[in-house]
Each structure stands twice: as C-alpha cells, then as structure tokens.
Design a protein around this ligand. Structure first.
Ligand SMILES: *[C@@H]1O[C@H](CO)[C@@H](O)[C@H](O)[C@H]1NC(C)=O
Ligand SMILES: *[C@@H]1O[C@H](CO)[C@@H](O)[C@H](O)[C@H]1NC(C)=O
Ligand SMILES: *[C@@H]1O[C@H](CO)[C@@H](O)[C@H](O)[C@H]1NC(C)=O
Ligand SMILES: *[C@@H]1O[C@H](CO)[C@@H](O)[C@H](O)[C@H]1NC(C)=O
Ligand SMILES: *[C@@H]1O[C@H](CO)[C@@H](O)[C@H](O)[C@H]1NC(C)=O
Ligand SMILES: *[C@@H]1O[C@H](CO)[C@@H](O)[C@H](O)[C@H]1NC(C)=O
Length: 481
C-alpha cells in the first residue's frame, strides 16, 4: 500500500529533523542532561576521545570569577562545581518515600568531598598570557596557642609578582599561589555547606560543640586547598558558630589520603596499567592534539604529554574561574580552541575511567592507593552497625585522587574525572525493625554501579562491596614488586 501524500510529508519532516539533530550533534537535542551526563556509555572506548561530536557529553566547564557557580541544570556533570545534595532535588530513598513500604530514619552520614575550585597546579612551561587574581581572598596561615595567650595577629599570605624577578616572564603574573582556592571556590563551598545544612539539618548537630563535639568528625588532607575549602563549607553548615574548629589530619609523610605514605608498588602498578595496548591506543588517537599543544606551550616533556592531567588542569582552572583558554605568550594569535579543550577533557575522563575502573589491575591499584582510607571509612560504618558509634556525621575534605579510587571501589558504571567539590554521601538508615540500610549518593544522586543503583541496600552488603579493597598487609604489599 502506498502512503498518502500527507504521511509522506510527515516522514520527510521527521527525516529532516533527524538530519538536523545529527548535524548539530552535541549542541542540540543529543547532549545528555542531568544524571545521564555522569555515565557516558562509550567511556570504555577511545572513540569517546576521538569523536568530536561527543563535545563535552553534557558536561559544563565554565564558572563565574567572583560569584558562586549557579547549580547546573538537572544536576548535570559540572566540572567547576559538581552538584551536591540540595533541597530542590534531594529525595528520600524510594522505600522510605513510600511510607507503606518501610519507615526509617537517617542515623549516620559519612561525607567525602573534593576541595572546591582553584588555580592550577600546572603552569604552562612557555608561560601564561593572562594573570591570575587572588587579592579578593586572604590566605591565612598562623598558629595560636591552644589554651593560653597571647593570641596571634591573624596574618595572611598576600602573594604578589615582583617585576624584577627574571623568572616571571615565563611563569604567570598576578597575585595567586598555584594551586590555591579562588573566591569562586570559597563561595561555592559556602553554598555547598548551606545546602547540606538544609538537607541534613535533622542529623547534623546544630552546633559542632554539641555533646562535647563527639558527634562529628572533621578530617582533611594536609593541603591548604582542602583546609581552605573546609572553612567555607563548614561556615555554611554552622553559620552562627564562633571560634575555631579542629580539622583532623594525619602527618603528611604517612597520610592515608592524598597519597601521603610512600609506596613504590603504587608507581610500579601504574606503569603496568599505563603500558597496555588500550592505554597506548588512547595515546595514538590523541597524537596530533598532544603534539600541537606541546609545540604551542613549549611543553614537549613526558609530564605534559604522557597523560592529559596537566593540560586539563591548566585549562579548567582558566575556564572555571572566569578566564579565557590560554594563548601562546610569544604569539597571542595561537590560542587553545574550545574544541581542543573539549578533546582534552574527554581524554581526561577516559583516563580516570581507565585508571579506576577499566583496567585489569584496578582492584590492586585501588588497594594500594586508597585501601587504608577505605578501611577507616569501613571502621566508622562498622561502629554504626555494632551500635557503638558516638559519631553521627563525618566530613572528609580530600582530593580527586581520593574520590576516584573510592568510586572505583564502589563499582561506578562510568567514571568521569571527579570535578571540583565532587562528593560521596554514605547515608545509613535505621528502620523501625532496627535494620540498617545504606544509600550512596554521588554528587547528590544515588550512584549507578555494577552492583546496581545503591539507593537502598543492607549496610552489610555495602560493607561487602568495600572490604575487598582493604589491604591485609599494606606494608608488605608496598614493598613487593
Ligand atoms: C560519535 O558521537 C555521536 C554523538 O554522541 C554518536 O551519535 C556517533 O555514533 C559517534 N560516532 C562514532 C563513530 O562513535
Ligand atoms: C509502595 O508500597 C506498596 C506496598 O508495599 C506497593 O504496593 C507500592 O507499589 C509501592 N509504591 C511504590 C511507588 O513503590
Ligand atoms: C604583571 O602585571 C602588572 C600589573 O598589571 C603589570 O604592570 C606588569 O607589566 C605585568 N608583568 C608581566 C611580566 O607581564
Ligand atoms: C602567529 O600565529 C599565527 C597563527 O598560527 C601565524 O599565522 C603567524 O604567522 C604567527 N606569527 C608569528 C610572528 O610567528
Ligand atoms: C566498562 O568496563 C568496566 C570494567 O572493565 C565494566 O565493568 C563495565 O561494564 C564497562 N562498561 C560498559 C558500558 O561497557
Ligand atoms: C595485572 O593484571 C594482569 C592481567 O590480569 C596480571 O597478569 C598481573 O599479574 C597483574 N599485575 C599485578 C601487579 O597485579
């Protein structure tokens, strides 16, 4: 049977629409929104990097200079300011929301977050064409006797660039340290804390001093960045608190976060991981991009070209703090294009997924890098399980290099680079029948993993997922090669 003219026209219109959508690619219609942007189905493959029409796969990479970043639409992946639990999108676990299924209350929260946005770690070897401004923040560092006078003057570091310093020409002008939190990062942190207070206000003590401070545990790495973030986030949580708060840290030489303890087996297994055919394939598909950037920025060294860490770090710090992508200092008409930056970010995402999920040695790598800290979290959760926990709220200020392996241990379906302020909330719920359940949120939404969506699983099941990543004897594992 032949179609009517009218049906034919409809087919034609549908065809044109499909062609238009395909041609505009990720800019229109095709770009995934909301939670879908966290889980690119093609992330295991190097075509995710080389296929330019993937764009940013719905990810956002810009934020204003001196304001908090607006919440991303639908809580989409936002490298500059990752979504976090907030009242507008937070919902109770499905069986609790449906009160006929189960009645339960939140009894414990283990919260982990990366620091907020910042200046870069990596300055382009050929120098930077734009200054960085940080004079809108005071980087305080001083000591104060715990229980006697005198009180110190609260001095702060005021970074400046001395024109007579001959190294300035091939470094970066301005008033920042690299890295350091930016005003935008501080304000994002403050909003992050206010939103946690809104969502978890019934659980988090209204004062950190309640019960002599025994209900809370605040932990950070040794880096200034995580401490600087804590100051903003905790002010959002406790707007009326007066006085200082302890941020627990282990000694930097043996810290269990931020790769504090030394362990040669970590770098050995990383070289194994970075010598597979798949790893080399990702280098091959990015050869022309890596060569172009290396030439443009005098960056032809393996630390800049063997992974995308440095270029991605350098570019996001610009875009996430209200600046432009960099240009070559010696020729300001040679600038990084948005398409090049997008490819760098896709390659960065591919590498994070490869390191912590998609390589044959991922389990051992996670054990070596993050196993001790995973063990500390498991101890907190076991104390809740045994009914011996005085703590109700633990907040850890750490790094992407801590979030990545923990997300890998949880078995996340796809792992994009955990962006600024990315966070994991492990909620423990107690039912009216005294059973304990866990829900794990990643950047505000139940995490999607190889074990299913972790929106309501027995606490014992969560412990079974995590425990295989705790090393039995890290000291001998670190020594063996
Ligand atoms: C490239 O990406 C687009 C948009 O995600 C997708 O439709 C297309 O199938 C991809 N092409 C290849 C060769 O993977
Ligand atoms: C809520 O619970 C009832 C009783 O267990 C069940 O019949 C119903 O399907 C549930 N609704 C939802 C939305 O889960
Ligand atoms: C650094 O910035 C200052 C203030 O804007 C300017 O006077 C100076 O020329 C700059 N120096 C370099 C090396 O760009
Ligand atoms: C600067 O870069 C542009 C674009 O690549 C090029 O056309 C121009 O020749 C370069 N200028 C110099 C002086 O090298
Ligand atoms: C990607 O690889 C991981 C680990 O090899 C696997 O568990 C996962 O199912 C893969 N994801 C997809 C979408 O193929
Ligand atoms: C890494 O994985 C390969 C393949 O499964 C295995 O043969 C090798 O022993 C692993 N290496 C380490 C150090 O675990």
């Amino acid at each position: 049977m032949s179609k009517s003219i009218y049906e034919g026209l409809l087919d034609m219109a549908a065809f044109v629409l499909t062609a238009l959508l395909a041609a505009t690619g990720s800019q229109a219609g095709v770009a995934p929104t909301g939670q879908r942007s966290f889980y690119p189905p093609g992330l295991n493959h190097t075509t995710f990097i080389s296929n330019a029409s993937v764009g940013t796969f719905g990810g956002l990479y810009t934020a204003p200079a001196s304001q908090a970043a607006p919440a991303s639409p639908g809580d989409a992946y936002d490298y500059c300011s990752m979504p976090h639990p907030h009242a507008a999108s937070y919902s109770l676990p499905p069986p609790v929301a449906n009160q006929t299924t189960v009645s339960a209350r939140l009894v414990y929260l283990e919260y982990l977050q990366r620091h907020q946005r910042r200046t870069p770690y990596n300055i382009l070897p050929g120098g930077e064409n734009q200054p960085y401004h940080c004079d809108n923040l005071h980087a305080h560092l001083y000591v104060a006797p715990a229980s006697q006078g005198p009180a110190p003057i609260p001095v702060y570091g005021q970074t400046y660039s001395d024109p007579s310093n001959p190294f300035l020409a091939t470094y970066v002008n301005g008033s920042c340290q690299y890295p350091q939190l930016t005003i935008g990062g501080f304000l994002d942190g403050y909003q992050h804390g206010r939103d946690l207070r809104d969502v978890y206000g019934d659980l988090i003590p209204s004062s950190p001093d309640e019960d002599g401070g025994k209900k809370i545990w605040l932990r950070s790495s040794n880096s200034a960045l995580t401490q600087e973030s804590a100051g903003g986030v905790l002010r959002g949580i406790w707007p009326d608190h007066n006085g200082p708060l302890p941020l627990h840290q282990q000694a930097s030489g043996i810290d269990t976060v931020d790769q504090g303890f030394s362990c040669s087996a970590q770098s050995e297994i990383l070289s194994t991981i970075e010598s597979t055919p798949l790893w080399n394939e990702h280098l091959t598909v990015t050869t022309s991009l890596r060569n172009r950037l290396a030439t443009m920025f005098d960056a032809d060294t393996s630390s800049w070209t063997s992974t995308f860490d440095h270029f991605a770090d350098n570019f996001q710090a610009r875009l996430c703090n209200g600046y432009e992508l960099p240009c070559r200092v010696q020729n300001q008409s040679e600038c990084v294009t948005r398409a090049q930056a997008d490819e760098v970010f896709r390659a960065g995402d591919w590498e994070w997924n490869y390191w912590w999920r998609n390589n044959a040695n991922a389990t051992r790598y996670i054990q070596l890098v993050e196993g001790l800290f995973i063990g500390e979290i498991v101890q907190h959760l076991e104390a809740v399980q045994q009914g011996t926990s005085e703590l109700v709220y633990s907040h850890n200020f750490v790094h992407d290099g801590d979030l990545g392996p923990i997300l890998g241990a949880l078995g996340i379906n796809a792992l994009r680079w955990p962006g600024m302020g990315s966070n994991i909330a492990i909620e423990i719920w107690e039912t009216s029948a005294s059973e304990l359940y866990a829900r794990v949120l990643y950047s505000g939404h139940a995490i999607e993993t190889i074990h299913g969506t972790l929106d309501w699983i027995p606490l014992s099941a969560l412990l079974s997922i995590l425990k295989p990543f705790i090393p039995e004897d890290i000291i001998s594992m670190c020594q063996s090669s």
